[in-house]
Write a new protein. Sequence first.
Length: 243
Amino acid sequence: MSSFRHAWAFLTRLPGGSHPDDQQGLTAAVPWFPMVGLVIGAIAAGVFVGLSEFVSPLIAASLTFALTALLTGGFHEDGLADSLDGLAGGWTPEQRLEILKDSRHGTFGVLALVFITLIKVSALAELSGQDAALTLIAAHCAGRAGAVALMGLAPQAAADGLGADYSRTLRPLPTVLGTAIGVVALIVAFGVEAPMAIGAVAVGVALVGWWAHRKIGGVSGDLLGAAEQVGEALILITAAATL
């Protein structure tokens, strides 16, 4: 339970979490990232279904994603914006790493946030009822599971930073467990269409990892946030196309 609370404190701005005191506590929190996503997704599902009774699906979807950004402090969205600024804006790996450390957002980062939000909102607005609820839960859960998989499989671009801190002593078993939680969530949400959703997330996360390795030699905490957002968006797109 303490590991879940550590993950909760790291990934949300809600009360009830606690910060780990050592490296072992940091690593033990990683498999719980998808479970935190599960809770955030359940909150989002309740809000979207409830709002859909009173406003249009587009407005309900917009308000739902605004709420989840508040609950998480825009944590993953910030990672996506920083990633696009760094990987697309620098000329050398050293320059790109410096840009990644800059908290300010440039043109690439702002455009990434605009487009990812448009994609998620418009895809969710295509869904309703149980399909919308299960998709939101699965998207938040499996998106974070994709980030866990990337943490366990890809090398770190730098020796310091949040991404390096949490993955420094990460072992294969916690990586597999965290990833499996996301896979189960997708199977529950999509049923026979689950292979399409799983494949979409896998390809999206792999492309993020490949691009990061090509540009800076590995991943960072920001790239993990980008992987989560890409996975979340691809799950919503798949749901809109198949459910």
